[in-house]
Ligand binder design. Structure first.
Ligand code: NAG
Length: 177
């Protein structure tokens, strides 16, 4: 009886060691096979309008509206250890106080390889505004499509799939004084 239990213990210890090695190998292999896909991102326009601040009727702020075109083939990021991708479009600019800001203006979760061929002509999903409430004296901004790969086993990895080639100007249509 005793020997059966100890044998079962040994076997299960052996199996869990195998399991750990296997998971380790899967995690490692996805580092070895990292893809670095590159797409195209163009910004059609960035227009700034005056908007009301919710709950503060007399306060005004400027909001930026970004129209972009994005094309990227992210299917190479899908391997046997890819659970899903998190894509996000980030605007980067330096505001009038010299603070470097990064703002996520659009995102998408991709769960299947079939959906990883990205072709979007769209506008920002999330409000784009500055703490100072103004974009007036901010010359330009840069835009980058970034992704993080969530694996089944192992650590998150990050990358950049597309970026604007030149800084993009803010077109202030209606500024606040
Ligand atoms: C935007 O990109 C240009 C060149 O690609 C770079 O010189 C500039 O520092 C970037 N601006 C920001 C705010 O990252």
């Amino acid at each position: 009886m005793h020997s059966i239990i100890s044998r079962v213990n040994n076997v299960s210890a052996f199996l869990s060691t195998c399991m750990m090695c296997l998971l380790g190998a899967i995690a490692l292999s996805s580092f070895l096979f990292t893809a670095d896909p590159k797409g195209e991102l163009t910004i059609a326009a960035v227009k700034v309008y005056n908007a009301k601040v919710p709950r503060y009727p007399r306060r005004k702020q400027e909001m930026a509206f970004v129209n972009f075109d994005l094309k990227a083939d992210l299917t190479p990021l899908f391997n046997w250890n890819t659970k899903q991708l998190f894509l996000y479009l980030e605007a980067e600019y330096v505001n009038t106080e010299g603070v470097h800001n990064e703002v996520v203006i659009w995102d998408r979760i991709v769960r299947r390889k079939e959906d990883a061929l990205i072709k979007v002509s769209g506008k920002n999903k999330y409000a784009f505004r500055d703490f100072s409430r103004k974009f007036k004296d901010i010359p330009t901004s840069n835009y980058t499509l970034k992704y993080s790969v969530m694996p089944y086993v192992g650590l998150l990895t990050w990358g950049e799939a597309a970026t604007t080639l030149e800084p993009v100007e803010f077109h202030v249509e209606d500024h606040i004084s």
